[in-house]
Design a protein around this ligand. Structure first.
Ligand code: FAD
Length: 519
């Protein structure tokens, strides 16, 4: 039977290593590549303007690549469970394909859509390609529990063997019997909206440093992979949070949106490593991709992973509610130039270095402001180009010493930490030009500068730039004591003290698994 297929792009905004798309093309006469602007996922609380620009860029790029194969993208709006059944009928669809997605919202959404499809006799095929492994398999290999240490994850990955090799993008030959019907009205009905058409305020947009799309992703990957020595000697802790141009790959937005397959990234690294002495996990670039796998596995296996309450591995902490502190942090008004420079870079450019994320996350939570990591997670989700449900939640838990990492007495100084890699404060001068005339001696602590120096710099602390919001030396010591109390309250049998958590059975994954095959 020749099929009429919808391939539903959600993440996975690429043609290379897209096994679900390839499954759509098998015995297919008509292909409808669809992207749905879902009000639950695509709203301004979740998607900031930089992320919107990245997404629209990625969709344009995808559409361009599909057009080269005589196909094109159909962008529709609405809840997938409302939109898709209508399209099934309108286009007489017989098969739906998509990439497996382990976020709780996606699992529920896909479960609903799968039922609706099956009721209408539409075959559903989905494939794993957003992660290196089928992470359910990792959980299974660990006796139904997500590994709670990186070493354990690594050991399981070793027993499974290397990730599957990526598959090539479809060619004209794969498409020779496939048509994508399209009407004259296509642009009006299914075109990719501009940011203006979406009613977004584009005024805050700066230079497009990280344009969205698969072609840009592969170009950037190629560029990095040419740097054999850099790739082989990469050690994450040796990279700098405050260099003026990124000291790591910035491939994360491309991996998050699936413009770049993580398996392609992995195997390209393997090729570069071959025959060369190279760094190893957890600090190497392979190691970074395994961190991603670690948090994805935890996020699937631990219920309520993005919350403190109901999250069995997360230390319960009596965080304060302080909207003023939260706003000052979010809007780069803490009075600590290193923290404010990082938050400015985040807002302007949508990407900050991993250790810069450490600094601002620790500051917001256990270090200084004692605000819940869930609040920081929301701000990051909106502003980061790479905002990723699992990685954001996992890393915030780590940094707030709520889960995975327990050395709460090790607090980052908002002054000393940045100085280690940028004594002169050039990073601060770039993102907070108001402070650029301060001498290096005071750039991290302008409130300590004598009045004459503040005047000469053209910036008076308390008038032009805020006083520090808290006294770090004092508050961080108090907070360590509060953290100690929170740890003391953890019950001895609390899963967060043991090495793993049993997964509750049967989960939504099992329900879905019964309905469709994961390959
Ligand atoms: P590289 O060092 O070049 O690493 C290559 C790839 O490995 C990255 O693209 C990413 O896919 C993966 N990776 C690297 N570090 C980590 C890590 N710690 N955990 C998981 N995967 C990793 N990363 C996101 O992609 N999305 C998020 O929403 C996110 N939120 C974070 C929140 C906090 C509080 C912290 C501390 C970290 C967060 N990270 C997040 C992880 C990490 O900071 C970024 O993945 C990394 O900085 C991206 O830059 P890069 O591509 O240059 O990384």
């Amino acid at each position: 039977m020749a099929h009429t297929c919808i391939h539903w792009f959600r993440k996975g905004l690429r043609l290379h290593d897209n096994p679900a798309l390839m499954a759509a093309l098998k015995d297919c006469k008509q292909l409808y590549p669809v992207f749905i602007l879902d009000p639950y996922l695509h709203n301004n609380a979740c998607v900031g303007i930089n992320r919107w620009r990245f997404l629209i860029g990625a969709l344009k790029d995808l559409d361009g690549s599909l057009r080269k194969l005589n196909s094109r993208l159909f962008v529709v709006r609405g809840k997938p469970e409302d939109v898709l059944p209508k399209l099934f009928t309108k286009w007489k669809v017989t098969r739906l394909t998509y990439e497996y997605d382990t976020e709780p919202y996606s699992l529920q959404r896909d479960s609903k859509v799968t039922s609706l499809a099956k009721e209408r006799g539409v075959e559903v095929i989905y494939k794993v390609s957003h992660t290196l492994y089928n992470i359910e398999r990792i959980i299974e290999e660990n006796n139904g529990k997500p590994p709670l240490t990186y070493t354990k994850l690594q050991a399981i990955a070793k027993t499974i063997g290397p990730p599957k090799r990526p598959i090539p993008a479809p060619t004209m030959d794969d498409m020779k019997d496939v048509k994508t019907p399209s009407s004259e009205n296509h642009e009006k009905e299914y075109g990719i909206p501009t940011l203006e058409e979406l009613g977004l305020d584009t005024a805050p947009l700066g230079e497009d440093l990280f344009p969205g799309g698969e072609q840009e992703a592969l170009r950037r990957l190629d560029e990095h992979m040419k740097r054999t020595k850099w790739v082989c000697s990469f050690e994450k802790p040796q990279t700098s949070p405050n260099s003026l141009s990124p000291s790591t790959t910035v491939l994360s937005p491309y991996v998050t949106f699936g413009c770049l397959s993580v398996r392609t990234f992995w195997w390209r690294l393997t090729e570069v490593y071959r025959g060369n002495k190279h760094s190893d996990p957890p600090v190497s670039l392979h190691g970074q991709l395994l961190w991603r796998e670690f948090f994805y596995t935890a996020s699937l296996g631990i219920p309520s992973f993005n919350k403190m309450e109901g999250n069995s591995v997360c230390t319960q902490v009596d965080w304060d509610t302080n909207p003023d502190y939260l706003a000052a942090w979010r809007e780069a008004r803490t009075g600590y130039p290193f923290i404010d420079a990082i938050m400015t870079q985040l807002r302007q450019e949508g990407w900050i270095h991993h250790l810069a994320r450490h600094a601002v996350a620790c500051f917001l939570t256990r270090g200084d402001l004692w605000i819940s990591w869930e609040e920081g997670q929301k701000v990051f989700e909106q502003l980061l180009l790479d905002g990723d449900w699992a990685l954001n939640a996992g890393n915030w838990q780590w940094l707030s010493a709520s889960t995975f990492f327990h050395q709460y007495f090790r607090v980052y100084s908002p002054v000393a930490f940045g100085k280690k890699t940028d004594k002169n404060g050039d990073y601060i001068r770039k993102y907070l030009p108001l402070l650029k005339k301060f001498p290096a001696e005071y750039i991290y602590e302008p409130w300590k500068a004598p009045r004459s120096i503040q005047q000469a710099a053209g910036c008076i602390v308390g008038k032009d730039y805020p006083h520090p919001i808290v006294q770090h030396e004092v508050i961080s010591k108090k907070n360590i004591q509060r953290m100690k109390l929170a740890y003391a309250k953890r019950s001895p049998e609390s899963p967060s003290k043991s090495k793993g958590v049993k997964r509750k059975a049967p989960s939504i994954i099992e329900m879905i698994k019964k309905k469709a095959k994961v390959k």
